[in-house]
Design a protein. Structure first.
Length: 112
């Protein structure tokens, strides 16, 4: 893969890291512990708040996973291994990389 394409993928991946970090900061309050004060929050409202908190924590877990995949892709760019399947070593199809530059398996390995 030529340097121009690698640079474009690097920019996309770094931009995605910035987006994920911003999303993580913006949802920090949603992951905070839910108040137990029955006087200020009714039981159903508290249950709703706990559900929102749980969903916010699950989203953070997904974002962390995405960040690890993106950081691994950036490392593969630096190591000269980007664009090749980490399982079989075959080249990953460009449309697949265009859709998700953090992908690390070719379509054949993903199916098996």
């Amino acid at each position: 893969m030529d340097r121009q394409h690698l640079d474009a993928y690097r920019i996309l991946l770094n931009n995605r890291l910035v987006e994920i970090a911003a999303a993580d900061r913006s949802t920090a309050a949603a992951r905070a512990p839910v108040e137990l004060d029955q006087q200020s929050v009714g039981r159903l409202s508290r249950m709703d708040a706990i559900q929102h908190q749980s969903m916010a924590k699950a989203a953070k877990t997904r974002r962390q996973s995405d960040m690890r995949r993106i950081q691994a892709a950036l490392k593969r760019i630096e190591d000269g291994e980007f664009g090749y399947c980490t399982q079989c070593g075959d080249e990953i199809e460009k449309p697949r990389l265009d859709a998700d530059p953090s992908i690390f398996w070719c379509i054949s390995c993903m199916r098996s």
